[in-house]
Design a protein around this ligand. Structure first.
Ligand code: BG6
Length: 366
């Protein structure tokens, strides 16, 4: 049942190229010029009347929502807020009939997310669900549904469901941009072509697993570490940190790289591991200066950058390089080494990788 892998998590990590292909599937037309989301029943007029978007989810799905926020804002120029579902209802969010609420849930049964969906509907918003389970509660109650075709996910720590959610956000963001006229035809084609390259690029990163295994063994001896990054790299830092905590039980914190010096830098001392995400090329200079700050305090830095930016190696103790893609799409690649890092750290500590303590795959109480 684990298809020759030692754990479901590792199997699911390796299923990501297929999950990307299946989630894109027929949602891109034959000549790669258009996004086809036939399942969306929202009319073009309804799309044009959207004034704001709220993305609401829990855990890993919330982290997909953080990427989704940037993707939609950059592509479609509609303001987006992202909230964890258990907070959303209680902060009196400003919901009108022109608000689109996007709920994201692998299982489609998470009680906090479902409650947020119901509250949004009660207040007159239209709800779009991004979920991996056809016929789930969230899928049934939402007005529109985009199914992520990741296939069943067994390991408690989400990997392929998360990355399929990213793909769903790219497709939806591009679809909105097409309808709203915020993207040029040439840019749309270019982005679609880059999306279609992702599965093979993920395969390339998976071939570097041994490197992540050796980094994992190094960090497994530590009690605490940091993930830093800017922009979309920060969203991935948060997911990488959660993944590590969930299954290795090593404490970590994700920090916006530029915010470190406003407090957290106090915790950086000799030997503290810092995983620095440096895949946002336009922010590279700034991130490098933040890497220098932690290095100067003795941190052991593992950098994650893009091929072609190998100067990163001069600033860090060890580095891994990702195939080049559009800046907006890097999250679909940069999270892969972090999933492997968490997996191998959990393994090194002798933990039950697929069934971490205190956690459940789907939480149906608020
Ligand atoms: C948590 C799971 O309780 O629920 C996480 O342990 C998951 O892995 C979160 O990300 C949200 O689940 P779902 O099914 O709504 O995506």
């Amino acid at each position: 049942e684990k298809g020759g892998y030692d754990h479901f998590m590792l199997k699911e990590i390796h299923e990501q190229p297929k999950a990307y292909r299946d989630t894109m599937g027929s949602r891109i037309n034959a000549d790669g010029s258009k996004i086809v989301l036939d399942e969306i029943r929202m009319t073009e007029d309804q799309i044009r009347s959207i004034r704001n978007i709220h993305v609401v989810a829990c855990g890993t799905a919330y982290h997909a929502g953080l990427v989704g926020k940037s993707v939609i804002e950059r592509l479609a120029r509609v303001p987006v807020e992202a909230d964890v579902a258990s907070e959303y209802r209680y902060r009196s969010p400003i919901i009108t009939k022109d608000t689109l609420v996007v709920v994201v849930s692998q299982s489609g049964e998470t009680a906090d997310t479902l409650a947020a969906l119901r509250e949004a509907k009660r207040q007159g918003a239209r709800v779009l669900a991004i979920t991996n389970v056809v016929g789930s509660s969230v899928a049934r109650e939402a007005d529109d549904v985009i199914i992520t075709w990741a296939g069943p996910e067994i390991a408690v720590a989400s990997t392929k469901a998360y990355t399929s959610q990213l793909i769903a956000f790219y497709l939806f963001g591009l679809y909105l941009a097409e309808v709203l006229g915020t993207i040029e035809a040439a840019d749309l084609r270019k982005t679609i072509a880059a999306l279609q390259e992702l599965p093979e690029q993920v395969e390339n990163i998976l071939q570097q697993s041994a490197k992540m295994e050796s980094f994992a063994k190094q960090i497994a001896a530590h009690n605490s570490l940091f993930f830093i990054g800017r922009g979309l790299d920060f969203a991935i830092a948060q997911e990488g940190s959660l993944k590590l905590k969930e299954i290795s039980y090593i404490h970590s914190e994700a920090y916006a790289a530029g915010e470190l010096k406003h407090g957290t830098l106090a915790l950086i001392e000799e030997g503290v591991p810092v995983i620095a995400l440096a895949a946002q090329e336009e922010l590279l200079e700034k991130t490098l200066s933040n890497i220098k700050e932690v290095k100067a305090r003795g941190a052991y830095v593992i950098g994650i950058g893009l091929e072609g930016n190998e100067e990163l190696s001069e600033f860090v103790d060890a580095a891994i390089y990702l195939p080049r893609t559009l800046s907006l799409l890097t999250p679909a690649l940069s999270v892969i080494p972090l999933q492997l890092l968490a997996y191998y750290a959990s393994l090194a500590k002798g933990n039950d990788v697929d069934k971490p303590r205190n956690l459940a795959k789907s939480v149906t109480v608020e």
